[in-house]
Design a protein around this ligand. Structure first.
Ligand code: PMP
Length: 454
């Protein structure tokens, strides 16, 4: 059928959406009242993305523990979104809760190191391999700081991002290839008077020839990339892509900045350690402190030497790569607890086994519904992709994205007790996620796809 989206008749989407909305609103009187009471919050929520969920009014969470949420009306949910990765290790892991309580009695924000600081530095170096580390408060900030360090170290103005990438609220990464294949500010970006493409080049992921062309004039300080693109459904690197990227960046004197924020799902050292990538700069945020606002960024010894040379060439002053709450004793306590006791080999073994079951269950329901979709995987991160074959780049990912269909699937899953990511069909396996939860998710998806595919 020509009007089908992702293999689905839009009339079925509309019908399922109406039914799920009625069910959502009909069984949640307190949730409806809470939406009415949030008049002094922009968009009715504390951070406007929270109004991007598929629900007619925001779900208000009374309690989040392990891999389970309870809303203010007393409905429970199996949580596969897990705070869009911030709670990858489950909500409130016990060692993190304990560390926070103990640290709260000794001070939360001092702008001075605590005894945990040096230990956290050692833990990060051992786990991810880079020599020197800094703590930031969000992955967005960590990426900004790492980009600044790359520019200072190389003395070059430009960066390269991959089309369709997301690295947080980092202005200069909001560039994409437009329909004509030209770099342009992302469609939908407001409040940005600059043409960001002047300093940001864009290439399609998995396209080494395009990378080479972008690096050839020697003006690019760093390439920033996720090892696997996880913010436009999931785009896996093709064989040889990372080796080629490393070779090209070295050949053209460009630094390689790996953003491991989502791909930390791969294993204890992220995708970087699982595949022995060799970044010059490295960022990971979200789950790295067990849900406490913290991110970390690391540099190789060579980058440190070049950064210090750049700093020595200007008057001492405002380096602009820190923020007051960063490196706080609160963050250090949570980082230490997460690295030592939560993000362990054993936890990852459990997460991977659970994700195996999720992938098998989803493969089966997609096959049963005879949809031209597949499941992509990055360790504990599982993604339903609305295309028959692996995506190669952001343009293919865009073509496989159907907003109304996805929002309907999310809401229909939610009223059946399963919460998945609001932006695409991403699901995470945390250490506390149980096989019962996985089975319930599979049954809900089976029912929803059955209704959609007919
Ligand atoms: N990097 C990547 C790869 C991300 O997916 C995100 C957020 N989705 C960020 C950075 C930014 O994280 P935060 O919103 O915590 O700043």
């Amino acid at each position: 059928v020509a009007s089908e989206q992702g293999g689905i008749d839009p009339a079925r989407v509309t019908a399922l959406r109406a039914e799920a909305e009625a069910l959502y609103l009909g069984t949640r009187p307190k949730t409806r009242a809470a939406a009415g009471a949030a008049a002094h919050l922009f968009e009715g929520v504390p951070m406007h993305w929270m109004s991007d969920w598929s629900t007619p009014v925001p779900l208000v969470v009374a309690e989040a523990t392990g891999a389970r949420l309870v809303d203010i009306d007393g409905n429970t949910y199996d949580d596969f979104c897990l705070g869009d990765t911030a709670a990858l290790f489950g909500h409130g892991p016990a060692p993190v809760r304990r560390a926070l309580i103990e640290q709260a009695a000794r001070g939360l924000a001092t702008m001075l190191p605590s005894p945990d600081a040096a230990i956290v530095g050692d833990l990060l170096a051992a786990r991810f391999g880079l020599a020197k580390w800094q703590i930031a408060t969000t992955a967005s900030d960590a990426n900004r700081f790492a980009i600044r360090a790359a520019r200072a170290a190389t003395g070059r103005p430009r960066i390269l991002v991959f089309d369709g990438a997301y690295h947080g609220a980092v202005d200069e990464t909001f560039v994409e290839l437009d329909r004509a294949g030209r770099p342009a500010n992302k469609a939908g970006l407001v409040g940005e008077p600059r043409d960001l493409s002047e300093l940001t080049r864009v290439a399609p992921f998995n396209d080494l020839a395009a990378v080479e062309a972008a690096l050839a004039d020697g003006s690019v300080a760093c390439v920033i990339t996720e090892p696997v693109m996880t913010n436009c459904a999931m785009v896996l690197p093709q064989a040889g892509f990372h080796e080629g990227l490393r070779e090209l960046t070295r050949r053209h004197g460009t630094l390689l900045l790996i953003d491991e924020t989502h791909t930390l799902s791969t294993g204890p050292g992220g995708y970087t350690r699982a595949h022995w990538l060799e970044p010059d700069l490295f960022v990971v945020g979200k789950a790295i402190a067990g849900g406490v606002p913290a991110a970390v960024w690391g540099m190789s010894d060579e980058v440190v030497a070049r950064l210090n040379a750049a700093r020595a060439s200007v008057p001492p002053g405002h380096s602009g790569i820190g923020t007051t709450l960063s490196g706080s004793p609160l963050q250090l306590a949570a980082l230490r607890a997460t690295l030592e006791e939560v993000a362990t080999q054993a936890a990852y073994a459990r997460m991977n086994a659970t994700a195996d079951a999720m992938q098998a269950g989803l493969d089966a329901v997609i096959a049963k519904a005879a949809l031209p979709w597949h499941v992509a995987r990055c360790g504990a991160r599982v993604e339903v992709v609305r295309a028959p074959r692996p995506l190669r780049n952001g343009a293919e990912a865009k073509a496989a994205h159907f907003g109304a269909l996805e929002a309907t699937i999310h809401l229909a899953m939610l009223v059946r007790g399963t919460l998945i990511s609001p932006f695409h069909d991403m699901m995470l396996a945390s250490p506390p996620t149980t096989m019962d939860q996985v089975e319930r998710m599979g049954r809900a998806m089976d029912e929803v796809l059955g209704r959609l595919a007919g």
